[in-house]
Design a protein around this ligand. Structure first.
Ligand code: FES
Ligand code: FES
Length: 155
């Protein structure tokens, strides 16, 4: 097995120095080393979106990212979405509309919706469905998640 390496990156606006094996999954390093357990593991193979994080402004599945790839990167996790103690409009809308049940998919859903609204502040129904298409939920039937994103657009 290769030796651990040092990785410097920014996580939720704080500079971090990580020590990990190059092929360790970013998902595991975030959860176990940085204790950012909001990022969830669902499938572990790039299918469900539960492990979504933003890397340099793009949403990615952290279960597929070897930690060596984030040297110098700027990472945002679900813990970095609220600002100054204020929930993001998408988070607030998920609460108001009952968009979360067990919560495993919720961080990924919220990040996907935040990413969508950043790119398209006035999405139509098809845009919302496409924006959430990479995220699977086993609980809600998607209707309340969809309604949450519609509510967030109205805020
Ligand atoms: S846990 Fe990464 S996509 Fe499902
Ligand atoms: S709320 Fe349980 S998987 Fe979506």
């Amino acid at each position: 097995m290769s030796a651990k390496i040092e990785i410097n990156c920014t996580v939720n606006e704080r500079e971090k120095t990580l020590h990990a094996y190059p092929m360790e999954r970013l998902l595991d390093v975030l959860r176990e080393q940085l204790r950012l357990t909001g990022t969830k593991e669902g499938c572990g193979e790039g299918e469900c979106g539960a492990c979504s994080v933003m890397i340099d402004g793009s949403i990615v599945n952290s279960c597929l990212v070897p930690v060596a790839q984030v040297e110098g990167a700027t990472i945002q996790t679900i813990e970095g979405i609220a600002t100054e103690g204020q929930l993001h409009a998408v988070q607030q809308a998920f609460i108001e509309c009952g968009g979360a049940q067990c919560g495993i998919c919720t961080p990924g859903m919220v990040l996907a919706a935040v990413d969508l609204l950043k790119r398209n502040p006035n999405p139509n129904g098809a845009d919302i469905r496409n924006g959430l298409a990479g995220n699977l939920c086993r609980c809600t039937g998607y209707v309340k998640i969809f309604e949450s994103v519609v509510r967030a657009c109205q805020k």
